[in-house]
Design a protein around this ligand. Structure first.
Ligand code: NAP
Length: 259
């Protein structure tokens, strides 16, 4: 399928690794020029070099913390009028909700709710004026099925989801859509690095922790980041203009509900 977005520009947040990187790669494959951001320069430049070599598109890099006003300003200076915005960020820490401080909450809300909202605010009017825009927020399966220990994520991402729902319906008449991708368990650095720590705290092997998690995933495996990237590219396609305000769960069938 020709997704019809060759020559468009995308700002892809938190894209040196994992799910953000997979979205950047999938968009580059469709001929989209990229600005990709992350805090560290090493993985960011490696990802940019690989994408340029593989797909032949322009890739700008911005090394910045997107949770800060200066970081967002740097990203928007490099890509002031994106046709496509992929909102992504690091995830908040897990832990007992009783131990979470006000500062923990403010940081999580800043990272996973207010940062994407600020980037949407800064870019959406240009999309409306050009009569094309695609915004995809990477949130989490915990939006549909909140999990214990994930309270910072549960709360902040629910806030973003509520904001997006009403805004999406205000701009779709201008061919600007906003949708959320809800990953279940994907095989990224973040997840791979969490397993040994969980294993240590439970006194079991890493293999045991992974086997236990897979019991709850009907697909019987972790997700591949490229699968989420491909879903992202489709939501950004010309053909997806009638899909907006949706929460697309990619979890190998783990969520058991009908809707
Ligand atoms: P990952 O493999 O650790 O990659 C995270 C990326 O975000 C890296 O490129 C990282 O680069 C960048 N980043 C982190 N904080 C940033 C910041 N403040 N400003 C700019 N860039 C930043 O993580 P992932 O697994 O792809 O997860 C991405 C998001 O999806 C997270 O919010 C996570 O909670 C959520 N999620 C993931 C899964 C999963 O199974 N993987 C499931 C549910 C939800 P630097 O460190 O260099 O900045």
């Amino acid at each position: 399928m020709d997704t019809g977005i060759r020559g468009k520009t995308a700002l892809v947040c938190a894209a040196s690794k994992g799910l953000g990187r997979a979205c950047a790669r999938a968009l580059a494959r469709e001929g989209v020029s990229l600005t990709i951001c992350a805090r560290g320069t090493s993985a960011l430049e490696t990802t940019a070099t690989e994408i340029r070599a593989e797909f032949g598109v322009e890739v700008r890099t911005v090394a910045a913390d997107l949770s800060t006003p200066d970081g967002r300003a740097a990203a928007l200076a490099a890509c002031p009028d994106p046709d496509i915005l992929i909102n992504n960020n690091g995830g908040p820490p897990l832990g007992d909700f009783r131990k979470l401080t006000r500062e923990d909450w403010l940081r999580a809300i800043d990272m996973n709710m207010l940062t994407p909202i600020e980037l949407i605010k800064a870019t959406i009017d240009g999309m409306v004026a050009r009569r094309f825009g695609r915004i995809v927020n990477i949130t989490s399966g915990t939006v549909k099925a909140p999990m214990p220990q994930f309270e910072l994520s549960n709360g902040a991402r629910a806030g973003l989801t509520g904001f997006v729902s009403a805004v999406a319906r205000q701009v779709v008449q201008h061919n600007v859509t906003i949708n959320n991708l809800l990953p279940g368990l994907f095989n990224t650095d973040r997840v791979a690095s969490a397993f040994p720590a969980i294993a240590k705290s439970r006194g079991v092997s890493t293999e045991q922790v992974i086997a236990d998690r897979l019991k709850n995933i009907p697909a019987g495996r972790l997700g591949d980041a490229a699968e989420l990237g491909n879903a992202c590219a489709f939501l950004c396609s010309a053909q997806a203009g009638y899909i907006t305000g949706q929460n697309l769960l990619l979890d190998g069938g783990a969520y058991p509900g009908l809707l």
